[in-house]
Structure formats: C-alpha cells, structure tokens
Design a protein around this ligand. Structure first.
Ligand code: BGC
Length: 486
C-alpha cells in the first residue's frame, strides 16, 4: 500500500483503481453546490442523531405520563430501531426507482410525520407507531444521505464530505441531549419530539434546491441531464471523462438482487455486512443509549453530574468525528479504522478493569469516565464515519443502493440486538465481563478489517476495487463489479 504525507492533494488511489483526472481534483467552480448538497443531506444525518438521542430524556416523563411497565418502556424505546429496519430494507429499491434526492425528500416528510405523531400521541400505541414511522425515515436516510453525497463528491474530498454526515449525526445526538435537558424541568416531553420538525422542514425544502445524483440519472437513461449536473459541479474539462466512466460502469445487465450473492460480489458483501455488524457489536450504542446508566454504575449518582457526563460523551463524539473528517482523505480509511478499533479494544479493557475493582466510585469512577470517553473518541475517529463511507464506496454503481440497503439493515439489526441485550448481559455476565466481551469483539473486528477491508481513498467511484485489506492488489478492474479479493 502506498503512503502519502498528510496534506498531499489528490492522492493516488490505493484501492487498485487508476484515478483519472476528472475524479481526483475538486473543481473550483461548482464545488459550492457540492458543499450545499452535502450540508442539506447531512440534515438527514442530524435528524438520525436527534431521533435516536431524544428518547433518552423523553422516556423519563413518558414512563410517568403513560404509566409504562418496564416491558412497554423497552418497546417504546426500541420501536425506532424496528422502524429503521423497515426503512433500511425498503430504501434500496426506492433509491433506484425514485432517485437518491427524491427519496430523501420523502424521508424528510416521514421524519416530520413521525415527529408530529409522537408529539401529539394520545397514548402508548400511537406513540409506538409514530416512533416506528420516524425510525423508517432514519433507516432510509442513514444510508441514502451518504450514498447521495458520495455520488456527487469529487474523489479527492469524498471522505471528508461523506464524514460531514457523521458530524451532523453526532451533533444531532448532542442537540437532543440539550433539548431534553432544557425541557426536563417542565416535563415537556412532547416538545422534545416536536422540535425535530424544524430540521425536517429545512431538510425537505433544501433538497428542492440541489441537483440529482448524476450517477443515478445515467442509470435511469438520462445521460443528458447527468451531463448538465456534472457541468454545474465539475470543471468543464472533467465532465466528459466522468460521464464516460459512469456510462461504462452501467453498460451491464439490469440490477438484480440475486447478483448480490454472486461470487464476484461476495467479497464486497462480506466487507459491507461484516463492518456493519462490527460497528454495532463493539458496543457503541450501549454508551449512546445508556450513558447515564453506565455513569451511575461508575458512582456518578447525581442527575446533573450524569447529564453533564452524557453531554461530555456527545461532545467527544462530535470533536473526534471532526478530526476524522480532516484525516480521512489524507491518511486513508484503513489507518483510521484500524487505529480506531485498537483504541476501542484498549479502552474497553480498562473500562472492564475499572468495574472489576471494588469501590468503583472515587478515583476508579474517574478511570471509568475517562476510559468511556476514550472509547467513544476512538469510535468517532474511525469506525463511526469510516463504516458509512466505505459502504458508499465499495459497491459498483448499478447494484450500489441495494447492496447498501442490505449492509444498513444488518447494521440496524445488530444495533437492536445490542440495545436489548446490554442490560441483561451486565446482569448475567457482570459489568467487567460485559465490557471485556465488547473489547474481545473489537479485537476480532480489527482482524477482520486488517485482512479484508480495502483502502478506497481517492478511488474513482464507479469502478470497482480489486484490493483486499493487507494484500492490496493494484490495477484497474473495469468490469463494473466490486472484486474485492481478500
Ligand atoms: C452509528 C450509530 C451510532 C452513532 C454514534 C453511527 O455511525 O451507525 O449506530 O449511534 O454512529 O455516533
């Protein structure tokens, strides 16, 4: 694998793909429109973060208002995850049929509907339905926003632009914590949900002013319109080459689900689904969903201290995602991913240790808090943004949205399993062993990434990768399929 000093612009690809001029350098003209489209679609990421974060504070009041049993409380909390499975499953075909941008407009409306539905819910059943509806929007937006951004982005800054979505997502989580905090004294949980209407409206309206993905346009037979879009977002001398590249990658048969199981695509499917599962089973959402509970385990029993610590977790998550965003096109996806998983494994080992020693409060409580922050920071600088980015990069265009939808479904399914098993695990295995278990899984994920995950930095998107992790094989692969050889 080739290495380039940080800051080297337009780095040559390390993914076995020959970069051509049109794919590597952001054009001065039109880049503003690409940034606008990125910012608008990242509102989808922000709504994703807000909607998963908001429930942590709201549930305290809903529980009382609707006299929820523990079982019903769990259903209310996890209904959003169920909805996201539906959105992830349905989004693949819809992203092809409607197009990335129009599907995002639909999700904006669904986000709004879910927010209003939850805010006005007269009872538990309607609240659960509203949360499933919001979840469907999250499931679709979680991968269509990165997909759309990656298809508009010039190769040299694609990592940075797609990571903006993860920055928005993590910011959405922090905003939801702060909104919960602000409305908590008045017990106004309905307002906590209702406020999501504001970014949902901005998301939907903003999408009316940005172009369709040129890649999607070509796939629907609108080469002329794709040329016009490329003319607005690339330098004039880049348009023809990029269009030819897109057309070449689509000059194959129509997409079909069965293709995803073909030997040619299997390695890419294994990487996508494997990373999707790894992103969740290494435990990040135990912290995102249960931070106050974990801090309570660690001896921070007062509510303000626990809330402050949770906001701290959220801020660390945003800050390190911002760092990842700056590094991802310079040093590449693989170093961030491997460093991230190593940091997660290490901090989980320390966290487990802190819980295994008696009298966890006091200085040991501090060790627990610090290792938890280190864990979240490690996730944020790699596995968080890199998973969604790679998912948008490793599949050939004509099958991309369907393959992404499967990876996203796996991600949300694993998310659900971790969310509903965490507290039980801490009871059955004990707290130290639970964190060590996530640590061991992080080590396994590191090995998976080391041997199987390709470097995609700078690669031209339509072409396929021929590399597998460590044993990268160089050379273009023009058959339009993602031959990820391990
Ligand atoms: C993950 C989410 C997680 C979030 C935390 C995302 O990349 O997919 O499950 O809650 O990061 O920042």
């Amino acid at each position: 694998m080739t290495h380039h000093p940080p800051g080297t612009p337009a780095a040559p690809p390390t993914a076995g793909v020959t970069a051509t001029g049109h794919g590597t350098a952001p054009a001065a003209n039109g880049i503003g429109l690409v940034y606008l489209a990125t910012a608008v679609s990242a509102l989808g990421g922000m709504l994703f973060g807000y909607d998963i974060g908001v429930i942590s504070g709201a549930i305290l009041f809903i529980k009382k208002a609707f006299s929820l049993s523990p079982g019903l409380e769990e259903i209310v909390v996890s209904s959003v995850l169920l909805g996201s499975l539906i959105g992830a499953a349905g989004g693949g075909v819809l992203a092809d049929r409607l197009g990335r941008r129009r599907l995002l407009i639909v999700t904006a409306a669904v986000f709004g509907l879910g927010a209003i539905g939850a805010a006005l819910a007269p009872g538990t059943a309607s609240l659960i339905v509203a949360r499933v509806v919001a979840g469907a929007a999250i499931g679709a937006a979680s991968f269509v926003a990165p997909l759309y951004i990656s298809e508009l982005a010039p190769a040299a800054i694609r990592g940075k632009l797609v990571s903006i979505n993860q920055v928005a997502l993590t910011s959405g989580i922090v905003v939801s914590y702060l909104v919960d905090y602000a409305f908590a004294p008045s017990h106004a949980w309905r307002w906590m949900f209702a406020l999501a209407v504001v970014p949902a409206a901005a998301f939907g309206i903003g999408l009316l002013f940005v172009p369709n993905s040129p890649r999607w346009l070509v796939s629907r037979g609108h080469a002329g319109r794709a040329r016009a879009v490329l003319g607005r977002i690339r330098a004039a001398d880049q348009v023809a080459g990029e269009l030819a590249d897109i057309e070449h990658s689509l000059a194959q048969q129509k997409p079909h689900w069965s293709e995803l199981a073909s030997p040619l695509l299997r390695p890419a499917m294994i990487v996508g689904v494997g990373l999707a599962i790894a992103q969740q089973v290494t435990g990040i959402n135990t912290v995102i969903y249960y931070a106050p509970t974990i801090f309570k385990f660690a001896g921070l029993s007062s509510a303000p201290a626990a809330i402050l610590a949770s906001v701290g977790v959220g801020v660390v998550n945003v800050a390190l995602t911002l760092v990842a965003m700056q590094l991802i096109d310079r040093i590449g996806r693989r170093p961030l991913l491997l460093g991230s998983l190593a940091g997660m494994a290490l901090s989980l080992a320390v966290l487990g240790l802190a819980f295994s020693l008696p009298h966890v409060s006091g200085s040991l409580g501090l060790i627990a808090v610090v290792s938890l922050m280190a864990y979240v920071g490690s996730f944020a600088i790699g596995l968080g943004p890199v998973f969604w980015l790679l998912l948008s990069e490793i599949y050939p265009l004509r099958i991309r949205s369907r393959a992404m939808s499967i990876g996203t479904f796996a991600n949300w399914a694993a998310n659900l399993i971790v969310a509903i098993s965490f507290l039980t695990l801490t009871q059955v295995l004990g707290k130290p062993a639970t964190f060590w278990l996530y640590g061991a899984v992080s080590v396994a994920a590191w090995l998976f990434a080391f041997f199987l995950v390709p470097e995609t930095r700078g690669a031209v998107l339509n072409r396929s990768r021929r590399t597998g992790g460590r044993g990268s094989r160089h050379g273009p692969c023009d058959d339009g399929t993602a031959r990820l050889a391990a």
